[in-house]
Design a protein around this ligand. Sequence first.
Ligand code: AHR
Length: 334
Amino acid sequence: MRNMRMSLAPRRAVAALAAVLLAGSVAACGNSDTGAGGGGGDDKIVLGFSQVGAESGWRTANTNSIKEAAAEAGIDLKFDDAQQKQENQIKAIRNYIQQKVDVIAFSPVVESGWDTVLKEAKDAGIPVILTDRAVDSADKSLYKTFLGSDFVKEGRLSGEWLVENSKDATGDVNIVELQGTTGSAPANDRKKGFGEAIAADPKLKVIASQSGDFTRAGGKQVMEQFLKAHPKIDVLFAHNDDMGLGALEAITAAGKVPGKDITIITIDAVKDGMQALADGKFNFIAECSPLLGPQLMDLAKKVHAGEEVPPRIETEETTFTQEQAKTALPNRKY
Ligand code: AHR
């Protein structure tokens, strides 16, 4: 109502001021488009990220790392949780293509079946970054780079530790294996690496191998079945800490002592897993780092700017014995 009563002269002054402000803001946009503005609201890189789900402690740490790193890097993150379903990931990627985001990144729940949607992103001119898990597409031009761990190596390191620590065993060493999500890169590769390493000692025998879907509930349920079906289990190789932690409950309920009656080897080294290792319930962990956020944001900036990036970037990792876990645990970030 007050504006209605303004005289003509003040109204002209307001219009002139608005024009100056508008011209200034257009100029500011132009500067940041050329990279001179740095972090202005509208010129932020938009990154569409499709996450596998929330199946494990590792995944939670990975999601946190990506969200924190995006905020830190001034990247506008669009995040989708696929609840471990490939169809949800494909839907999310198609939405990102429709929204014309600048970069798409995703952690593929399984290895196969991505070519069509990746081609759609390529045809739309949107660069794609794979994080954590690989795809089996023969056409490597469908994505710019793959950032993540060497899962075969993690399996191999686990198997090599077992070979070394079974030297004095007499007779067969019966191993049960809790696999990750069927068809996923970490399940396929960890199984392969472990199998290759234990082939060095013929007394090491995998007597049962089944998926626990990378979850605690899955690990517990499948371990219960293993314990019922096999009276002599010497070793459990679990493809991640969470399944190993679920299996602990089943082993204890069956009246056996985890870490003593049954040697337990897992992968990840998240806090709960490291605690179990330090407590003597696990025997060995091969690390898989979930802290991929900062590297992912760096890559998103580079591919958006049209810079060349290496086709494969491997995460640096280590392994832990019980003694090493006790030392490392107080400084563990996840
Ligand atoms: O892809 C990484 C694997 O997925 C982690 O080892 C596991 O914990 C997660 O669910």
